[in-house]
Design a protein around this ligand. Structure first.
Ligand code: SAM
Length: 271
């Protein structure tokens, strides 16, 4: 399959490049973000600048993280250093917390993160960003609709899984609206959605050992058809299930986020 050319740039599939081209959708997304002058914001994957320009107009200055050298060169030509700080490289390796560090501890400005995310790295980037929740005010992303449905899914539904539990543990999330393939060049094959994520206050999180929570959730959803008795065998025996008031005959998709936290804390206490 050939890569398509947009605005003189050959869209690279390996970087998940689908550029927004519908001005009404762009306006709707920017209105949804509601950027205010002086806010600390970073855009992941600015691409040809569809969102970058209106964001800079409203904010004054914007940080961006972009991997494609050709696009980086264009950004430097189009915007002044006072308007944009370009961080060249892979967003999956970028230390988003470093953008907040210049301020004194008391009036430290929290970061807003936005982006029309490359679909090929959507799950790893969400997990990477979850690690910076303490430094973040909110995040607004465009993602494949199917991924957004999994992020916001309720227990007991087919879409509910590891992504739902681990993100809902840390963020309040809401799907804002859908964006059809025709809004992009080249058009992707799938529908997209805009999702808003706001970190929950640290005292609401509750897991004593988050790494252990992650391992338990991964095990519970590793083999979706098996019951918790099987998938969590390494963590819980029948007496533990009794103590937790959880039926070991259930499948992982039936448990709420709070129940996973209860399991992780039970296991942490046993150590
Ligand atoms: N924001 C632009 C828009 O809405 O038209 C472009 C969106 S396009 C779906 C994704 C952008 O992310 C591209 O500019 C691509 O080069 C960039 N990108 C892909 N992988 C990346 C990575 N690992 N780190 C940083 N940027 C990446």
């Amino acid at each position: 399959m050939h890569d398509l050319e947009t605005d003189g740039h050959r869209a690279r599939k390996r970087f998940g490049q689908n550029f927004l081209s519908d001005p009404n959708i762009i306006r709707k997304i920017i209105d949804g973000i509601r950027p205010q002058p002086g806010e600390l914001m970073v855009e992941i994957g600015p691409g040809l600048g569809a969102m970058t320009e209106p964001l800079i107009e409203r904010l004054g200055h914007l940080h961006v993280v972009e991997i494609d050298r050709d696009l980086i060169a264009r950004l430097h030509e189009r915007f002044t250093p006072a308007q944009i700080t370009v961080h060249e490289g892979d967003a999956l390796k970028f230390d988003f917390g470093s953008l907040c560090n210049d301020e004194g501890a008391q009036d430290r400005q929290r970061l807003r993160i936005v982006g029309n995310l490359p679909y090929n790295i959507s799950t790893p980037i969400l997990f990477h960003l979850a690690g910076f929740a303490d430094s973040v005010k909110d995040m607004t992303f465009m993602l494949q609709k199917e991924v957004v449905m999994r992020m916001v899914a309720e227990p007991g539904t087919e879409e509910y899984g590891r992504l739902s539990v681990m993100l809902q543990y840390r963020f309040r999330m809401g799907r804002l609206f859908d964006v059809p393939p025709g809004a992009f060049r080249p058009a992707p094959k799938v529908m997209s959605s805009i999702v808003r994520m706001a970190p929950l206050p640290a005292d609401q999180l509750g897991a004593k050992d988050e790494e252990l929570l992650g391992r338990i959730v991964t095990a519970a959803f590793g083999q979706r058809r098996k019951t918790l008795r099987n998938t969590l065998r390494a963590f819980l025996d029948e007496a533990d299930f009794d103590a937790l008031h959880i039926d070991p005959g259930l499948r992982g998709e039936k448990l709420s986020v709070a129940q996973y936290v209860a399991i992780a804390n039970h296991c942490a206490a046993l150590r």
